[in-house]
Write a protein that binds this ligand. Structure first.
Ligand SMILES: [Zn+2]
Length: 76
């Protein structure tokens, strides 16, 4: 089967910071950098998104860290 990958226009590799070097697989949405070989699955991306969202919230609500812990426990 032929791989169904295409370049992500304007995307920057998180590892080597090369622009327009990332291929995305249209089947499983995984990403691969043709420059440094960096790969990232869609699952990993989702996890990262959640993490950045959480750290943003924690930065905005530094005075109330106990709220964050409660939210995380509910989600789990
Ligand atoms: Zn790269």
């Amino acid at each position: 089967m032929k791989p169904t990958q295409r370049f992500v226009a304007g995307a920057v590799c998180p590892q080597c910071n090369e622009q327009d070097a990332l291929l995305i697989d249209s089947k499983d949405q995984s990403i691969e950098c043709v420059d440094c070989g960096y790969t990232q699955s869609a699952e990993q991306r989702d996890t990262k998104k959640d993490e950045s969202k959480q750290s943003k919230v924690s930065g905005a609500q530094k005075h109330k860290p106990e709220n964050l812990i409660n939210i995380k426990q509910i989600e789990e």
